[in-house]
Each structure stands twice: as structure tokens, then as C-alpha cells.
Design a protein around this ligand. Sequence first.
Ligand code: FES
Ligand code: FES
Length: 153
Amino acid sequence: MAYQIKVNGTDHSVDADEDTPLLWVLRDWLHLTGTKFGCGIARCGACTVHMDGQPLRSCTLPISAVGTSEITTIEAVEGPEAKAVQDAWVAHDVPQCGYCQSGQVMSAVALLREVPKPNDRDIDLAMNGNICRCATYVRIRAAIHAASEKLGG
Ligand code: FES
Ligand code: FES
């Protein structure tokens, strides 16, 4: 069946089974491979995208449930929070292998849009579902604080 979805500001028609996870539509149909597969059961956060601005695990959302919501991926996330997070990620040399990092960035951007000056507990709660096998958590937390300060939070 053909589904009309809006991704990164562009309308797409996707011919897929109704239960096809959004993650695979992004990666295999639209070739947006910055969003990663980790667990497939909404437990690791590697597949995090924004749906109408809210962080969402794309591995468990079927294409049939996207509807008219706007999807944003790591390839197109923008705005002051995204810029501040990306700059802080570089300044703090956050990634190690990098596999989890697009999901980490998407969650961090969503957090700073909701909570401009998060404390450690806010950060831990918001980032709790984003697993990093390289254990970059200390640098992630520091980078989020730095991004918040840059934004004047
Ligand atoms: S791949 Fe989606 S949460 Fe792990
Ligand atoms: S940087 Fe390697 S899994 Fe997070």
C-alpha cells in the first residue's frame, strides 16, 4: 500500500506493508542511513527521530501510524538547539565508535527544546533510553550542559 509521509520537510510516497517500521522506510526506501538500527524493540535509542518535534523510536513505529506527522531525522535536524548540541558534541569529542550518536543527538536536541537548562537528573531522565556501548555518558552529559550554556539556558 502507498503511504504519504513527510520527512525532513519533503513529501514522500512509500509503497510498503502497513507494519513496516518507520526505521526501515527511512533507511531502505529514503536512504536516510544516519538513523541506526540497534535493538529493534525500542530499548536502545539508536533509531531516534523526531515526530512533530518529539523524540520517537522509529524501529517500533509502523509506517501506517505516521499519518500526517512530520518526521525529522539526524540529516535535517536544525535550529539553535541542534547547532548548539552539534558544536558541543565536537568540542567535547563525545563520539567513540559513533554508532549510537545520531540517536543521542536527537534526544539531546529534544531535551533542550523542552528544558533549556537541564540539571543532571533532567539529562539522565531524558537520555535514559539512549544506550551507548562505548559508555560516553559522561561526555554526553557535559556536552548537553555546554550546549545549554551556549543557548543562554
Ligand atoms: S533500534 Fe530502536 S530503540 Fe533500538
Ligand atoms: S559511541 Fe559507540 S555506542 Fe555510543
